[in-house]
Ligand binder design. Structure first.
Ligand code: CAA
Length: 244
């Protein structure tokens, strides 16, 4: 890995699950990581305490105003953002005929619109400097769909379109934009899946196991590297063979 000591990363949802593993990987390379969180300050602060130069930032990524405030805060404290990882995500699983429009709106707002708001704000700064890395955390659900996840699947598929479009706009500006699509990873989100359903899901994964957050984080770390300069508009699937 290239030395990333002077660099700054903003990782949304960076205190828990996959986001925590990403924050740790990047901070482990000496990056100052601005760890975004919405409801769990303790987890975010714990990581920030472990690594020098890391900071925590509260905000609802589904809110334009909060996104602006978080970016302003990070710029004020760190003066630059080299890497943006749009990782924050929520689920509100229901069979579609039972899904309330509010469940739809909220999941799209956080998982898709939030990535747009932040990318838009950070991209301006990155393109002016002529370098940057944006990594969007999608999901195997965006590749395949899933029973009970019409909202989540639509948002995660939407991230593919967002990634490819911004990647084309950013290609001559030194900014790369890529997607990582994790499968079922051992996090609180997956722990919320009913046991009977989860057993069925795991039996359909060729590796017959859940992934670990760090198995996703190592790919994000690779994409965040300044040397990964010729990779853009791509989707990296990390799913134990679930989707090939
Ligand atoms: N695969 C196969 N069968 C499934 C299924 C799935 N993914 N999801 C539901 N079913 C089946 C159930 O087993 C059940 O079958 P039986 O009637 O034969 O028992 C039938 O569909 C109806 O399901 P429920 O009785 O559970 O219906 P419900 O309305 O009470 O609940 C639900 C529906 C809320 C969608 C619930 O089934 C559920 O939470 N499913 C899990 C959804 C899921 O996979 N979420 C992934 C979260 S992790 C994540 O999103 C991270 C990521 O990126 C991968």
């Amino acid at each position: 890995m290239t030395d990333m000591t002077d660099q700054v990363a903003l990782v949304t949802g960076g205190g828990r699950g996959i986001g925590a593993a990403i924050s740790r990987r990047l901070a482990g390379h000496g990056m100052r990581v601005a760890i975004g969180y919405s409801n769990s300050p303790d987890a975010a602060k714990q990581i920030a305490d472990e690594y020098q130069g890391c900071t925590v930032h509260q905000g609802d990524i589904g809110s334009k105003e909060d996104c602006q405030r978080v970016v302003d805060e990070v710029m004020e404290q760190h003066e630059r953002i080299d890497v943006l990882v749009n990782n924050a995500g929520i689920t509100a699983d229901r069979m579609m005929h039972k899904m309330e429009p509010d469940d739809w709106d909220r999941v799209i707002q956080v998982n898709l619109s939030g990535a747009f708001y932040l990318s838009r704000l950070v991209y301006t700064h990155m393109s002016e400097r002529g370098s940057g890395r944006i990594v969007n955390i999608s999901s195997v659900i965006g590749e395949q769909g899933n029973m009970g996840q019409a909202n989540y699947a639509a948002a995660k598929s939407g991230l593919f379109g967002l990634t490819m479009s911004l990647a084309q706009e950013a290609a001559t500006k030194g900014v790369t934009v890529n997607c990582v699509a994790p499968g079922y990873i051992e996090t609180d989100m997956v722990a919320g899946v009913p046991e009977k359903v989860l057993d069925k899901i795991i039996s359909g994964i060729p590796m017959r196991r859940l992934g670990q957050p760090d198995e996703v984080a190592r790919v994000v770390e690779f994409l965040a590297d300044p040397d990964s300069a010729y990779i853009t508009g791509q989707v990296y699937s990390i799913n134990g063979g679930l989707a090939m």
